[in-house]
Design a protein around this ligand. Structure first.
Ligand code: HEM
Length: 370
């Protein structure tokens, strides 16, 4: 045996010994980690590996960890699984059904009733319905809502609807852009919501005329029927309050998602609801607050999208002359008299009915008869 060969054998044995040492010490090291975790999770040294310990973890018992979000001390949270199943199950399913039914109902209404036209025909004279600030507020709210709605729907359904028809890279890019837009446009939506509330709340308190309007179905199902209405009819007042309250609720739950673990809105809301006979939990962990916030954000948003689809329909293709109110800000006098006669009468009485020729040629036709 040469000297070199002997030296190589010694090296090999040494290497094997070292490897054996490392492997045998690993469990000791890992064990001490588990033990530390055990003590952290239960506060009781020595429970490691016992069925009791794992059962406690499975039941969601929390320990403490240095740093991290509130709730990071909880290794298993079963409600998380419930939340995932709820989001990907009933919420996605019933949400898509609600959206589909709304679109189908509006299409059916259009097929049966057709476009609601101005019965007495265009007068050729216009009256101001919304000023610049009002239209700015409306379009800030509307524009942000539409982008928030589309990007939100992409988060819920994009992978089923868009991913099959585009490359994963393009979908990832779209989803990322959508997410940023969703986060930042939320603030534009809140400003628009506040503006619209301040500008229009005075015209949206219920009155007796609204009951009569509702009893006649707003006249939208019968040709030639025009129940009296002030500046906003009962249908619009309902939309207004749904937008304000629904928008507020979506905004608050959205803030919960934008700034995680900072709010406890559900525990407080449930406590109030329990005063009305409900029996809802008022002791919620920070993580449960987050999960409820996310679920509610989805439910309220899908409901609002359905409401707004109906609003967009009636404000555009569904009714002749309606879009002008938010387009140029001026509507035809015949439209105004048919849909908001009491408002026109009030303007007349106050001497504020300033008519303008639709073609900007006042001398071309005579002023309309009162
Ligand atoms: C393309 C989308 C939209 C169109 C074409 C549209 C059209 C209109 C029109 C024409 C009016 C005035 C109706 C009148 O003269 O009385 C109006 C009012 C209003 N819009 Fe929109 N809108 C759209 C989107 C939205 C969105 C997304 C929201 C809220 C999130 C919204 C909230 C409102 C509210 C609260 C009013 C006042 C109450 C009412 O008239 O119902 N709109 N919209």
């Amino acid at each position: 045996m040469t000297g070199n060969f002997r030296f190589a054998r010694v090296q090999l044995v040494f290497a094997m010994l070292l490897t054996a040492l490392i492997f045998s010490s690993a469990p000791v090291y890992l064990n001490s980690e588990v033990q530390a975790a055990t003590q952290n999770a239960t506060g009781t040294p020595g429970l490691k590996g016992s069925p009791d310990f794992w059962q406690k973890i499975r039941e969601g018992e929390s320990g403490t960890v240095a740093g991290g979000n509130p709730g990071s001390g909880q290794l298993i949270q079963s409600e998380g699984e419930d939340w995932t199943q709820m989001r990907n199950g009933p919420i996605s399913r019933y949400g898509s059904i609600a959206l589909l039914v709304t679109v189908l109902a509006l299409s059916l209404f259009y097929l049966l009733r057709g476009r609601i036209t101005i019965d007495r025909g265009l007068s050729g004279w216009t009256v101001e319905r919304f000023n610049n600030l009002e239209r700015f507020g409306h379009w800030l709210l509307a524009g942000s809502f539409i982008i928030l709605g589309l990007s939100g729907l992409n988060m819920l359904y994009g992978r089923f609807v868009l991913l099959p028809i585009m490359s994963p890279e393009a979908f990832a890019m779209l989803a990322r852009i959508g997410k940023y837009l969703h986060n930042y446009l939320a603030f534009a939506f809140m400003i628009g919501l506040a503006l619209v509330f301040i500008m229009w709340v005075k015209d949206n308190f219920p009155s007796l005329v609204d009951i009569k309007w509702l009893l006649r179905g707003g006249g939208i199902f019968t040709k030639g029927s025009h129940p009296p209405s002030k500046r906003f009819n009962a249908g619009q007042k309902i939309i207004f309050w749904l937008v304000i309250l629904g928008g507020l609720s979506i905004s608050l739950s959205g803030i919960t998602l934008l700034f995680p673990f900072q709010t406890a809105l559900f525990a407080k809301t449930f406590a109030i609801l329990n005063g009305f006979g409900f029996d809802l939990p008022t002791q919620l962990t920070a993580l449960q607050e987050q999960q409820l916030g996310q679920l509610w954000h989805n439910i309220a948003s899908i409901f609002m999208i359905c409401v707004i689809l109906a609003h967009i329909y009636i404000g555009s293709v569904g009714m002749q002359g309606a879009f002008d109110a938010m387009g140029s800000g001026r509507v035809d006098l015949s439209w105004a008299k048919e849909h908001h006669n009491l408002w026109v009468e009030k303007l007349e009485k106050q001497g504020k009915l300033e008519l303008r020729d639709a073609d900007e040629e006042p001398e071309a036709k005579p002023q309309p008869a009162e």
